[in-house]
Design a protein around this ligand. Structure first.
Ligand SMILES: [Zn+2]
Length: 189
């Protein structure tokens, strides 16, 4: 994987927002919709951008809607339906008016943002995440978005391993599956 660091960051942000804000299952347990969406969105995004400011509750609710749409992209890729994934990303790019723009702030050198400074939080993050996913889908690593294949887990991931063999959201899920396979072999023996 040889994305530039900003692309890498926004793809990881898409993963973080989906996993923090969309209900389902996580590592063998039910993962309900968070009670405080602002706090959940903040915690999720700070895993990638530790200094990000706190989101308000209405912003968290908007980001949860965005996360549901981003999840559908990961699910489409995992199902082998790249056409659907591309259509969903294109719709997000259009709606959020994603556009490249060089910016310089907070003492950083010039760097590329995928949105302007005048949008809502959800539109800005939507534009950034959709652009990141578009770069992945349009490149040779288009199959690197995935949904965890462990039982009772539907968290998403981006596979940045060299050989692209990742199947789980986390080492926790990988170990759960390994242990279950080991036990099954024990019973069979
Ligand atoms: Zn998992």
């Amino acid at each position: 994987m040889d994305f530039n660091s900003h692309t890498d960051g926004v793809v990881r942000a898409a993963v973080a927002l989906v996993n923090a804000l969309t209900p389902g299952e996580r590592r063998g347990r039910e993962w309900p919709r968070p009670e405080g969406l602002g706090a959940a969105a903040t915690e999720g995004l700070r895993a990638v951008y530790p200094d990000h400011r706190e989101f308000t509750e209405p912003e968290g609710a908007e980001l949860a809607e965005l996360a549901a749409r981003l999840r559908a992209v990961f699910a489409a890729v995992a199902a082998g339906d790249l056409d659907s994934a591309a259509a969903r990303v294109n719709a997000l790019l259009a709606e959020t008016r994603a556009r490249p723009m060089l910016q310089r702030h907070d003492g950083e050198p010039w760097h590329l943002h995928f949105h302007g400074r005048d949008g809502s939080v959800a539109a800005d993050w939507g534009a950034s995440c959709a652009t990141g996913l578009a770069i992945v889908l349009g490149g040779e690593f288009s199959d690197r978005l995935g949904v965890c294949t462990a039982p009772h887990c539907d968290r998403v991931y981006v596979d940045v391993s060299r050989n692209g063999t990742r199947r789980f959201c986390s080492t926790a899920c990988q170990n759960r599956v390994k242990t279950a396979a080991f036990r099954a072999r024990g019973k069979a023996g």
